[in-house]
Structure formats: structure tokens, C-alpha cells
Design a protein around this ligand. Sequence first.
Ligand code: F6P
Length: 370
Amino acid sequence: MKSGSSGKRNKQQATVAQSKVLTEMKIGVLTSGGDCPGLNAVLRGIVRKSMSYDYRIIGILNGWKGLIDEDYLELGLKEVSGIINRGGTIIGTSRYNPFMEKDGKNLLVEKVQKAGFSSLICIGGEGSMHIAQLAHEAGINVIGVPKTIDNDIYGTDFTFGFDTAVNIATEAIDRLHSTAESHHRVMVVEVMGRNAGWIAVYSGIAGGADIIAIPEQKVGIEHMISVIRNRYLRGKKFSIIVVAEGCTFDLAEFQNVRIDTKNVKKDDFGRPRLGGISHYLAEEIEARSGFETRATILGHLQRGGMPTAFDRVLGTRYGVYAVEMVRKEKFGRMCSIQGNEMTDIPIKKAISRLKTVDPDIYDVAQVFFH
Ligand code: F6P
């Protein structure tokens, strides 16, 4: 009897101790890299799911920079209320890399310990996942959530933000069609896509583009002009060319335009700031073919505003799943969606390469390049 009651008490004490550990679970969450529709849906998913485990969620403001600056905002019901349809990120973002600081690794570990974070959830793209991996190697419990409108993160079928960007770009192509047709012009539409042409291919197919140029596949300017001419000869006096911002051409392709390759500005991750290839292309096509050709750069319009329903759902699923990963201590891993199933892979694998455009999809697009 005696030993039975003390056993019971021990059990109770253990449960109290356990729940104390649980209530003290403090997770730091940050959004890093370019903003992206659906980020707030992820944050909301994280906070709401965490409530069922009594985890505290602390928003680290402005990406990894907030950790160094100790700039935090506790996220609760109030903070994430009414944000699922909002673009951007309520906790701010940056392309700051703490490993660029002197003794960055120790600084990071020190800041995580000082804040009392038991783990970190890093929501970011490829550059941010590289930082997450280094943080994991430094001994920090990190979970990755893949984010980018470019859809180029390896190991996941879709990143949130991509669907929204594709819909915005498709609507723009639809609108540009009116002008192209009325004025008998060639319109070159430049969409985002640094290393992969997913947005270009999806919006190009959906918008009925006549040519789609992506970083993964070379399309010569002469070929573009021959498509424009063929269309003209069959009575189509306008054409739409969709080009991904990361497309490169041999400089020799430009006989009439001089491309400035020297004065290219860099972003905070040290990558060239893209945007502008469509202007060179439009000028060259017009000079060579005689068809009036105009360029439109969609730029940040593709990243702004309300996420689509698809991205809100995907973002929410990622957020909820990320908390489950924390609970199961799946650190050093990134959540991913494969065939509509949520799963996770090592961050190291996700950053081992980029997910470039599936050649089968580009083959579908090419059917219409005549
Ligand atoms: O990485 C996503 C992305 O949208 C790229 O396609 C683009 O090159 C980059 O962000 C531009 O971002 P920013 O103008 O914020 O530097």
C-alpha cells in the first residue's frame, strides 16, 4: 500500500515535471529571404498547432538578423489572427547570413542559448536552408520549411507562393494579350525565376505563350523570330514571349544591343540582382525582325498581395507539420510535400541541388512554339 502510493506520487511528479518541460518549450521562428505569399499562413499554422502542446512561439524579427539583434515578438492567438489572407510576413524578413559575421557560429549558438530557444523553425528558400544546415551542424535544433515563389527547392513537389506567382503572371499575360493583339506587337513578359523557369513554364502554358525561355533550356533569338514570322504569315500579327529573369544568352546572339555585364548589383546573399533581360531581348528582336516589340517586367508584383487558396492550404499544412516535427525531434530536416503527402527530408539533401524544370513539362510547352 505504502510503496503503491509512493509509486503513484513518483508517477505524478514525473508527469508534472514532464508537463513543465513541455510548457517551457520555446520555439524561435523566423522567415528569411525574399517575401512570399503564404508565409503568414505558415506562421498561423505553427502558432495554432503549438497551442495544443503548450509550446511558446517566439517570432524572430527580420530573419536571422533578429537573432543577432535579439529582436523578438511572442506570437499568440492575437498576433496570428486574421493573417491567413495577407501577403508578406508579419515578422519581417532579410537576406542576412549570420555566418558572415566574425565568429558567426559561436555568436549564433550563444544567442539561441541566451534566448532559451529549444529549437528554431527556419522558413526560407535555398539560401536560407544553407544557413539552417550550418546552424544544425553547429548543434542548434533546426527545422526547415521550404519557401519560394520560384519552386526550385529540391525534395518537395511544391513550395508555397509558387501558385500565387503563377496566377499573377498568367493574369498579366492575359492582359498583355489585349495590347499585343490590338497593336500587332510582340510582347516580351519577364517573370521571376533565378535558376529555374517554373513560373515561366506554368504561366506561359496557362497564358498561351508562343515562346517560353527558361534558364534550363536555350532558345536562340533567331528561332524566336522565326516563330513570330510564322505566326504573322498565318495571320497572327502578334506574339507573346515569356522569359524567366535568370535566362542567359550567348553575348554573340545580340548583334544590335550591348549588354552591360559589369555593373550588376548584388543582393545580401551576394547573388546578382536580376531583372532586365527582357529589355535587351525586345530591342534585339525589334532590330532584327522589324516587328514592334515591347518588354514588361512583372518583378515584385508576383510576390505581393493575397496568397491563392492553394498556397494558404499548403502554407498551413507546412506550419502544422513543422510543429509535429519539433515534437518528434526531427531536427536537421525540412518538411516537404510529395504526391500530396506531407513528409520530411534532411536539409542537407534539400540543398544538395536545385529542382529545375521537369523536361516533360517543357516538352508540353514547346508544342506551341510554332
Ligand atoms: O528567390 C526568389 C526570387 O523571387 C527570385 O526569383 C528573384 O531573383 C529574387 O527573389 C529577387 O528578390 P529581391 O528583389 O527581393 O532581391
